[in-house]
Ligand binder design. Structure first.
Ligand code: ADP
Ligand code: ZN
Ligand code: ZN
Length: 831
């Protein structure tokens, strides 16, 4: 590791210069001079410590070497070089450039999104002691020791504090070294919510594998009979004739052979046993799945052949397969083939925390060649995977959208599972779409792409129709599993005939009862959390609103609060109307809590659980819910869209959707598409095994065309119809849509900014720019919002003009003293 530091900057005429990317929302790169003793280390892709402005220090990345001295520029020297080998490949830079260009943001913002926290440093970064650090200071030099000691007392320091403490301008190399030695961590605001379920496995040390050394070990343990017995039990259990694995689960070992935990502990301390934490699945034990290789069915085999055939002409193929058709199994075989060619594979998933089951399936099949990467994994693991990949140790990465930024060397295939899922779109800046970016990256690298889903996005569907993408379809579930029967309950009729209990139709209640009586499970879907979305006064119609946002407060019965779902503001529920003092307050609408509450009244014996953002807040609650469901400790699981994603339970026989209308009513041109996909996905949760499942959908407006298509299982009909709507109203995929949002705490300022923005953009883009309007929720977190939409043709010259116009706009706002503080958010291909 290089720890080259210039303590005092020598004054000499520099001959070497580098362009550095800094994690800032400022355009372009920045030129720095390289002191002669760092010249050989200052390579493209290596991180360097630089000062920017008067005070701030950042870790930036060298984009390239500049041979000539920049004219009339007062260049600073880089302070240190942080890596001895590059952390970013040239091909990644090319991808970053594409992204910055396409999404109209700066290369610095892309860098900020791309690097894991452990590779990012700046003056305000806060460091803490790594909880795993065992206070063994022997490997630390004097300065490192000072830092560790200070953190022991002060708990948390910024890099600025550190610089003062050590009286050094350049502290990043010390920090970098301490991170590498796993003594400190960069503190992240993000709390790590997800932790995969792990089990401890025991294995004997390699050196005892040979017959002689094993016998010798037994002799040595003669005086510790319990330890000897444990070693013998291990040997018996893992004997090649009985087991294909050399390791045994600690828990099984203790239970099956009645071995005391302290004995195992003692053997581990002696280095005889070695323990390993493994991520395990909930359905099947890891051991079994490692052994169970599988064959594709004839239909799956044919689909796979078609995919490979189509890749020859079209690098992007859509695999549309109904839920349960075994798409994952096809992915596995394709991954295997690509790996066999010596190429790397990226498997992208939306919101990986919600799909532990797929993680488990892949992990158990591919073992340690697979790296798992997403924002909820801890930073140490993420940096490790980053480095491993750079050093070619992983061949397969399973990850959420940020995995796209990993340093692949030889990427051959990207799988985008559930390609329609809107969580592929990053909601913070840069607002990139991981599916679309993946396709662009694959084009750059000459890699192939497989998009998989049961319900394609309209964009993808359009690309298939236009013959840009290949297309393969799977219409049958795997094995004896059959698609569920879908029934619609017309709520208007039910109400007229007094067949309702609260928000439940009798039909749905009866089916729930029957299902539980059959010892089967039920999933109920309601896309709102909380108890009642709003409360109003019956006398004067007063509705409690958030003080920071322009939205009504949702009543949460369980925590006994009124909550804002936009900013998190809470207040105590009202006992009387603050305006007219009336105590007649009524609740409107219903969320998951109300469903849970009501159902427990109608069915006091049922074991009911709820899965939404409120119940899966803590680290393990999500896993526990899945576990309980899997083990049959829950009869009815009520949830928001969390229950729709990738869950595969054996005994769910009934799925109920309480209000399909609510899904269709969002003021967004994609609401029909979302509703269609969501209902199909939830329905897919029913009857995953041999028995036929049932889906009951409650709906007021049965004549809604989307409902009619669903009712007649007419997926193709729906897509054709939706396409016509989009074309008629000129929405994507028939145009590109960019959304510009301006926000400011002063209402007048944001309106002025909107007027200026509209004028300015129209100079280049003309009538493609809409009038600025206030969005339906026009105030969030005390900032007023204004929005305008730009609809453009889908071609690169317009893209170029759009980018130019946005840059001009940024400059203009930046130079206007009144509008400078207005925040500008640009969402290309608005999602
Ligand atoms: P999808 O992702 O298309 O919804 P899955 O890949 O989850 O479907 O497959 C559904 C179920 O069928 C899973 O439990 C899977 O293990 C099983 N399955 C699918 N194909 C095979 C196969 N070829 N051999 C064994 N099991 C299979
Ligand atoms: Zn009132
Ligand atoms: Zn609010």
């Amino acid at each position: 590791m290089l720890n080259l530091v210039l303590d005092s900057i020598t004054v000499f005429e520099p001959t070497c210069f580098v362009d550095v990317i800094l994690p800032l929302a400022l355009p372009g790169t920045f030129t720095y001079a390289v002191p002669s003793d760092l010249e050989s280390a200052a390579l493209p892709g290596v991180r360097v410590e630089v000062q920017f402005g008067r005070k701030k220090i950042y870790a930036g990345i060298i984009r390239g070497i500049v041979k000539e001295r920049p004219k009339d520029m007062d260049v600073k020297f880089i302070l240190s070089v942080l890596d001895d080998t590059p952390v970013v490949y040239e091909q990644q830079f090319v991808f970053w450039d594409w992204m910055a260009n396409y999404y109209c943001c700066t290369i610095g913002e892309i860098m900020d999104a791309a690097l894991p926290a452990g590779l990012k440093l700046q003056s305000e970064s806060r460091i803490i002691l790594n909880p795993a650090f065992d206070r063994d200071y022997t490997s630390l030099n004097d300065r490192e020791f000072l830092v560790a000691e200070a953190l022991d007392v002060q708990h948390e320091l910024t890099l600025d504090d550190l610089s003062k403490l050590l009286q050094l301008k350049s502290v990043y190399p010390i920090v970098q070294s301490l991170i590498r030695k796993q003594v400190i961590l960069i503190r992240e605001e993000l709390i790590e919510r997800f932790k995969p379920k792990t089990e401890t496995y025991i294995q004997i040390h390699d050196k005892f594998l040979a017959h002689d050394s094993f016998k010798q070990l037994l002799d040595e343990l003669e005086r510790a009979p319990k330890q000897q017995a444990a070693v013998l039990a291990y040997w018996q259990h893992t004997h090649p004739l009985r087991s294909a694995s050399r390791s045994i689960q600690r828990r099984t070992f203790i239970q099956q052979y009645q071995i005391d935990a302290s004995i195992i502990h003692a053997l581990c301390k002696k280095g005889i046993f070695i323990t390993e934490e493994r991520i395990v699945g909930r359905t099947d034990s890891l051991e079994e799945s490692i052994l169970s290789s599988f064959n594709l069915s004839a239909i799956q085999e044919a689909a796979m052949a078609q995919i490979e055939q189509q890749w020859k002409h079209k690098p992007i193929v859509l695999l549309q397969g109904v839920t349960g058709s075994g798409k994952t199994n096809i992915y596995i075989k394709l991954i295997e083939n690509t790996l066999a060619e010596g190429k790397q594979v990226l498997y992208l998933l939306p919101e990986i925390a919600l799909t532990t089951q797929i993680t488990t399936r892949l992990k158990s099949y591919f073992g340690n060649t697979i790296g798992i990467y997403h924002s909820r994994f801890n930073q140490q693991e993420r940096v490790e995977i980053w480095n491993n990949l750079y050093n070619n140790k992983h061949q397969l990465i399973l990850g959420a959208r940020s995995a796209l930024f990993l340093p692949f060397r030889n990427l051959g295939l990207i799988i985008v599972d559930e390609e329609h899922d809107s969580s592929y779109k990053q909601q913070d800046s840069p607002r990139y779409h991981a599916r679309d970016s993946a396709m662009a990256y694959a084009r750059q690298l000459n890699a192939t792409v497989l998009l998989g889903t049961a319900t394609p996005s309209l964009e993808t569907y359009h690309n298939v129709k236009e013959h840009r993408f290949g297309y393969v379809k799977l219409t049958e579930r795997f094995g004896d599993s059959v698609l569920p029967e879908v029934c619609f309950v017309n709520l208007r009729d039910e109400k007229r005939n007094k067949q309702m209990k609260g928000y439940f139709s009798n039909t749905l209640l009866e089916e729930i009862k029957k299902t539980i009586a059959d010892k089967k499970q039920v999933i109920l879907f309601q896309n709102r959390r909380g108890y009642a979305p709003y409360i109003s006064c019956e006398q004067c119609s007063y509705v409690p609103h958030c003080i920071n946002c322009d939205v009504s407060l949702t009543y949460h019965k369980f925590s006994h609060q009124l909550k804002c779902h936009y900013c998190g503001y809470t207040k105590a529920p009202l006992s009387a109307c603050p305006d007219c003092k009336s105590t007649h307050l009524s609740e409107h609408g219903f969320g998951t809590e109300k469903i849970e509450d009501d159902l427990s009244v109608y069915m006091p014996e049922a074991r009911i659980a709820r899965m939404d953002m409120d119940t899966v807040r803590t680290k393990n609650s999500h896993n526990k819910l899945i576990d309980d469901m899997q083990q049959g400790n829950i009869d009815v699981l009520i949830g928001t869209q969390m229950v729709t994603k990738g869950l595969d339970f054996d005994h769910v026989a009934l799925v109920g959707i309480l209000s399909a209308d609510q899904l269709l009513q969002f003021p967004d041109f994609r609401s029909n598409e979302r509703a269609f996909q969501l209902i199909q996905q939830v329905s897919g949760r029913a009857g995953r095994r041999s028995e036929k499942g049932k889906v009951i959908i409650q709906v007021q407006n049965i004549n809604n065309p989307v409902i009619q298509f669903l009712k007649h299982h007419d997926t193709d009909g729906y897509y054709t119809w939706e396409m016509m709507q989009r074309e008629k109203l000129s929405f994507p995929p028939f145009c590109r849509l960019a959304e510009i949002t301006l926000s400011h705490k002063d209402h007048k300022t944001v309106k002025n900014a909107a007027a200026t923005t509209t004028d300015l953009l129209r100079q280049t883009l003309g009538s493609r720019v809409s009038n600025a309007i206030e969005p339906p929720v026009n105030k969030v977190r005390n900032e007023y919002l204004m929005q305008l939409i730009i609809k453009t043709e889908r071609n690169s010259s317009v893209q170029f003009h759009l980018r130019q116009a946005v840059e001009k706009l940024r400059k203009h706002l930046g130079h206007d003293k009144d509008l400078r503080s207005v925040r500008l958010r640009i969402d290309i291909d608005a999602y």
